[in-house]
Ligand binder design. Structure first.
Ligand code: A2P
Length: 262
């Protein structure tokens, strides 16, 4: 599995399984087992998804030294989390630490929760910390006060959500963008223009959308609970769309190249 280097020197696999909307239980255990068997080494889960136990079980069953990428409580309006509490997530996962711990949604003042994230890293609960759903202004704010720098920012990203200004802002801060919902939760797969590129390159629409994310230097997190699709989604390292194909996909952007995350 290809990986890339984070600003703190650690490596991150560029393809992950996103387990949002995979039911806790057999479906989730199977999906995680399959990806680990296939060579994926990056699972993106969150407390909110309610399937941490299944992710942890699959990782243990696979007998790999698998860790995962997790997020702290993500309902800041209801749960005043000045200091994130990763212990519960780690307990459900059955892990001592994760590789990467993300704060899910920015809150009023985006720097508010960051000292707690730094504390989680200092306490050894995670090797790296990151953001999600942060726009350029929010990344700038966090970077202005961070003692431990966020290494990633996870946002919705695909040719249809080609947030160029956000990507540029992240690059300026040496923050890697992680693309969630790269298939538009399935909606982008049926787009005629995506299918046209797919038939030109001889790949499936899903592979084309995922490859586009890699070509744009992001880490990509497709979700699937089907073994054949999980396999298909991993076959994205052996082709390069042409510049013209990439330009056609770039033109699908509906965000106006925004620096905003949502
Ligand atoms: P399923 O989980 O039933 O396989 P996103 O990653 O943007 O959130 O998209 C996930 C959606 O896309 C899910 O509905 C998933 O369905 C579907 N999906 C994932 N990979 C593929 C694929 N290779 N071909 C078709 N549909 C896919």
């Amino acid at each position: 599995m290809e990986s890339r280097q984070l600003s703190n020197g650690l490596e991150i696999p560029v393809l992950a399984l996103g387990v949002w909307q995979i039911r806790n239980g057999r479906d989730c255990v199977n999906a995680v087992r399959w990806v680990l068997d296939l060579g994926y080494r990056h699972i993106d889960t969150a407390q909110l998804y309610g399937n941490g136990e299944s992710v942890g079980r699959a990782a243990r069953e696979s007998r790999l030294p698998a860790r995962s990428c997790s997020s702290p409580p993500s309902s800041p309006r209801r749960v005043p989390i000045r200091c994130p509490r990763p212990e519960g997530s780690l307990r459900r996962l059955g892990l001592d630490y994760v590789d990467l711990y993300l704060v899910h949604w920015p809150q009023r003042d985006h720097t508010w929760v960051w000292p707690g994230m730094e504390k989680a890293q200092r306490l050894g609960y995670t090797r790296s910390v990151g953001l999600s759903n942060n726009g350029v202004g929010e990344m700038d704010e966090v970077m202005g006060s961070a003692e431990i720098r966020p290494v990633v920012n996870q946002v919705q990203f695909s040719p249809f959500e080609y947030r160029r200004a956000l990507l540029d802002g992240a690059v300026r801060h040496q923050i890697v963008v992680e693309a969630y919902s790269p298939l538009g939760t399935g909606r982008h797969l049926a787009d005629r223009r995506v299918s046209e590129v797919a038939s030109r390159v001889g790949r499936s629409p899903a592979q084309v959308l995922l490859r586009w994310c890699l070509q744009r230097d992001t880490v990509v997190l497709p979700k699937s609970s089907h073994r054949d699709r999980i396999e298909e989604n991993a076959q994205i390292f052996d082709f390069d769309p042409s510049d013209a194909d990439m330009a056609d996909l770039d033109r699908l952007d509906r965000t106006g190249g925004t620096g905003e995350a949502g």
